[in-house]
Design a protein. Sequence first.
Length: 243
Amino acid sequence: MKKSSGQYWDETWNPIVGCPGPKASPGCQNCWAENLAGRFHDHDHSKLEFRPEILAKPLEWKRPRRIFVCNTADILNPWVSLEAIDRIMDTIYKAQQHTFIFCTKRPENLSRFLPFELPHNLELGISGCNQAELEQNLNDYFAWAFETDNFPFLWLSLEPMLGPITLDNWLGFHREFIDRVVIGCESGPHRRPCKIEWVENLVDQCRENDIAVWVKQLDLKGECVREIGRFPKHLQIRELYLP
Ligand code: SF4
């Protein structure tokens, strides 16, 4: 397996910032992006802002990059206009040298991507912070995928992991559609615990089923640890893809 370290992206690109409306998930309770916006007064997180002036930015980057799109927002927040989605997708189609990474806590809104066939240079992340949320979100995702015949590279963002999570219900027929699992504890001063055995069990399950795993950060004795060298040896795993 190809191994890597650090983050699973090289660059962020935020043509949309802010995430208004009702919180989408228990994982939003200590929203990292909201804290960041409050600290740097860069924007008001409770308001959505579209920044068309940076839409062309990825086209200027010649070296291929992994680009996280809107990492302080959710592109499927219903406040995001269809025009904004259209223009973001247009850049992604044109910038074929890059890989673009989306993550959403609102897969029930995936039809907002239509009429697009999702580009091949896009990795779609579906989020789940506990078992119930993951089940709901994957049900929504697969309903959309089969209805529209869209099967992008799929990764699961199990972060913040707030309870034990198993992929039991998704390892039969659906297994071939799941490409990567990213696991991480919550960060910030109000972080909630993430037990190491939850992470271990999920990593084992991914290993047994040939799913790439990226352990992003761990709750070690109440501290959110990001440096992989401080992880227990068996959890020092950061894989982008299977060979
Ligand atoms: S969806 Fe993401 S950006 Fe929006 S409030 Fe939740 S954690 Fe924050």
